[in-house]
Ligand binder design. Structure first.
Ligand code: ARG
Length: 440
């Protein structure tokens, strides 16, 4: 029973929040005249002493005492006697744990939000640096049209901005205090739930005591935000792995490992691990959704299983953010190689078709066909589009003039994409500057 029942092995992580909430509760009990001022003072100094014991690593956690709440309360009574036994007046472990975990998730949201912001800043800085450097743009992972490296990096800034917004939305909805809901029905003591809500930085007390003790939406929303963000980080990690494989970037020794047998190896392990951590984060969301489904009101012990997925996912998310930020700042792009690859595979064939439309007023579908024939001709000769002679081109479309060559370079291609949100270096530089300013 002890082995299956105890949560102290993992919920000790909540000790700061548990003490913070107990201090607020005791202060309110005294203000409401439910306990004496002397008892409140004893409780306060007792809890502060316990915080120091835990901080210094000398607190003895006991499995027989089940969880962090009982461990701290038992120690409090050991330290201050009778007054310690009054702390649990007008509350239950059900509203206590709901309060503690909300506070923990809220603190963690603030930390992760700052980490995402730091990563966005790193991406925006590197994007500003490489606003005009062409790289191959892909669809179906086939070379499609040239883009700039800065443009590609800023795509991730947009994703991360949505991750931040999801976190803030979660934080806003989370910020109601369950404290004072007691076991499930509220309490007969004249408590002041606004008092404790305010002391703990909540916007208001939760409106329904049954919901307050049984709601874990905040943890689920946090995990959903984590899962989506981890998916973003995994995509970026995958790009880093691919770019390393094709030597489009180089990562330093700081973020790679060697091989025990192949001396030349430089493996992007950190990126691979970020890619892999997505599995446990997504798993955490599915685990908690599955725990919560079908639970009748109000509290059931099932809900003790909420903490490990939340702690594990938060740790993996935070570590992934730190690793990706490090790699983004660390990577050295091989811009010459990127430029060369950007032009390979007839990546400017669309520019040729667009020129036929713009200058010769050929309908786009026919222009697409003509450009296709020219690509086939170049392919047969084993040369690039711009290596075809004007005479050869005119054999396919007599109206073509020498002016066409000006749109066939990679630089001309990216520079021409000035539509809002497009990859033109001037656009990218402006977007990077806008983000740098917004994130400063
Ligand atoms: N350790 C418990 C949890 O994490 C605390 C709440 C226990 N409540 C109870 N009625 N047994 O959920």
């Amino acid at each position: 029973m002890e082995a299956i029942n105890a949560s102290i092995g993992f919920d000790r992580k909540l000790w700061r929040q548990d003490i913070r909430a107990s201090l607020a509760h005791a202060a309110m009990l005294a203000r409401a005249g439910i306990i004496s001022l002397e008892d409140e003072q004893a409780i306060r100094s007792g809890l502060e002493g316990i915080a120091q014991e835990i901080e210094r690593g000398v607190f003895e956690f006991a499995t027989e005492l089940e969880d962090i709440h009982m461990n701290i309360e038992a120690r409090l009574t050991e330290r201050i006697g009778e007054a310690g036994k009054r702390l649990h007046t007008a509350r239950s472990r059900n509203d206590q744990v709901a309060t503690d975990l909300r506070l923990w998730v809220r603190d963690t949201i603030d930390g992760v939000h700052a980490q995402i912001t730091a990563l966005m800043r790193a991406l925006a800085d590197r994007a500003a640096e490489h606003a005009a450097d062409p790289m191959p743009g892909f669809t179906h992972m086939q070379g499609a049209q040239p883009v700039t490296l800065g443009h590609h990096l800023l795509a991730y800034v947009e994703m991360l901005e949505r991750d931040r917004a999801r976190l803030l939305g979660c934080r806003r909805r989370l910020n109601e205090s369950p404290l004072g809901a007691a076991a499930l029905a509220g309490t007969s003591f004249p408590i002041d739930r606004n008092d404790t809500a305010q002391a703990l930085g909540f916007d208001r007390p939760a409106g329904n005591s049954l919901d307050a003790v049984s709601d874990r939406d905040f943890a689920l929303e946090f995990l959903a935000a984590a899962a989506i963000s981890a998916m973003h980080l995994s995509r970026l990690a995958e790009e880093l792995v691919i770019w390393c494989a094709f030597r489009l970037i180089r990562l330093s020794d700081a973020f790679t490992t060697g091989s025990s047998i192949m001396p030349q190896k430089r493996n992007p392990d950190a990126a691979e691990l970020v890619r892999a951590k997505t599995g446990r984060i997504t798993g955490a969301l599915v685990a908690l959704l599955t725990v919560m489904k079908g639970l009748p009101l109000a509290y059931s012990k099932d809900m003790q299983e909420d903490k490990e997925p939340v702690f594990d996912a938060a740790g993996a998310w935070s570590l992934s953010l730190a690793a990706i930020e490090g790699m983004i700042r660390d990577m050295i792009p091989d811009t010459a190689r990127m430029r060369a690859m950007a032009g390979a595979g007839y990546a400017t064939a669309t520019d040729l078709a667009d020129w036929l439309v713009r200058v010769l007023h050929v309908p786009f579908r026919r222009a697409h066909h003509i450009a296709g024939e020219l690509v086939a001709m170049a392919e047969a000769k084993g040369v690039s589009l711009e290596a075809l002679s004007l005479a050869e081109m005119q054999r396919v479309e007599p109206g073509i003039t020498a002016e066409v060559f000006s749109v066939l370079t990679v630089e001309a291609s990216v520079a021409s994409r000035t539509s809002y949100g497009g990859t033109a270096p001037a656009n990218v530089a402006a977007q990077a500057a806008r983000w740098q300013q917004a994130l400063a």
